[in-house]
Write a protein that binds this ligand. Sequence first.
Ligand code: UDP
Length: 239
Amino acid sequence: PAISRTYNRVLLKLSGEVFGGGSIGLDPDVVKGIAAQMAQANRAGVQIAVVIGGGNFFRGAELQQRGMDRVRADYMGMLGIVMNCLALQDFLEKEGIETRVQTAITMGQVAESYIPRRAIRHMEKGRLVIFGAGMGMPFFSTDTVAVQRALESRCDAVLIAKNGVEGVMTADPKKDPSATLIDEVTYQEAMERELRVIDQTAFALGAENKLPMVVFGMEGEGNITRALQGERIGTLVVP
Ligand code: UDP
């Protein structure tokens, strides 16, 4: 049963891979669809912040394997993220949603700088805030950024949108076809059972600060809207 627990404010993490629609670069149709779903939840009154990844452009670790300096490659990764942010902002504004992009690397012509208290003000006024350029620091993942931003901007939960899975599974469905979706799990239990939820740094930060986390599959019809509005889909990870 889809029990709704209405959020006041939530942070949504979208992987960059999704924005690429399966290849490198941006698929505007995909971004448009995601924006439409987010707009619906925003109109319903949910305060929304977003963190996007950049895997559709560059991943620092991958470029490193191909001979690049990790730090420089990570900065390239963060710059890629900003392009995703601008695309999402564009389609959100076409939906009539007021949006602000705040980047962790200053680029005044393109976006506001990351100013946490101002981000909260934007959301209180109904504006949707997109946090870009990751943490602004090499060696971090956007999952970790999502948890950090959710905590700093006082979100009720962090919602991790995944593609290809419905949430946290009992095993890797690619290796074990009998794997099933876990409805609810505590951080402690997830750790003991060695479940793959999100990367370790992000997981530890969420656990230590008791942040409710929802891991859900974004492919289902309207799933992003449903997750943003607090419908119980995917897996709920509780403190
Ligand atoms: N990145 C970084 N610091 C951050 C966030 C991201 O250095 O705080 C870089 C890193 O190189 C990463 C890339 O940006 O590989 C894209 O982010 P990520 O791989 O997390 O994107 P996703 O897999 O979610 O699309």
